[in-house]
Write a protein that binds this ligand. Structure first.
Ligand SMILES: [Fe+2]
Ligand SMILES: [Fe+2]
Length: 165
């Protein structure tokens, strides 16, 4: 499971991404029989597994786009500072890189071995989510807390000034 960032909505969305990624494990109906890959499966199973995999990939890529867009909207609330500008640029770049990597990966999946393809994708997506949330999303979440605090202080200062006039 991806570590919590402390931002409720980001964490809720990460949970949904984690759940889609976890479902990649269920692509193969014969996995409980210990099937390591699809080499001994009948031809008919391939298309069922490939269809299931394609659905999960569509869910994963589709929701990832929504999630990145949500985080990038939140970035607009960050203070206008050099540190935040650098964060925004690197964070957006990281979103772009994983989107490209996953699109490339999914376009070149081994259709003869959907079980292994699903596990490979799961491994990459899970590792990326963990690292990205720790390096970027938790920083975004904590910087937003600061931004709200600044706004709150500003509001309170404004109220104080107004009540003195
Ligand atoms: Fe992010
Ligand atoms: Fe995220």
């Amino acid at each position: 499971m991806t570590a919590l960032t402390g931002h409720q909505e980001i964490d809720r969305q990460h949970e949904r991404l984690d759940s889609i990624i976890a479902h990649l494990d269920l692509v193969c109906a014969n996995r409980q029989a210990g099937a390591p890959d699809c080499l001994n499966c009948p031809e008919a199973s391939f298309s069922a597994c490939n269809n299931r995999l394609a659905d999960l990939i569509a869910d994963l890529l589709g929701f990832m786009v929504e999630h990145f867009s949500y985080e990038e909207k939140l970035m607009r609330f960050l203070p206008d500072s050099e540190v935040c500008r650098r964060h925004i640029s690197a964070h957006q770049q990281a979103h772009g890189e994983i989107s490209r990597l996953l699109s490339e990966l999914t376009a070149n999946l081994d259709r003869d071995n959907p079980r292994q393809s699903a596990l490979h994708l799961q491994h990459i997506a899970r590792a990326w989510m963990g690292g990205h949330a720790r390096i970027f999303d938790s920083v975004l979440a904590s910087s937003l807390e600061g931004a709200y605090a600044v706004e709150l202080d500003y509001d309170q200062e404004l109220i104080r000034l107004l009540s003195n006039t």
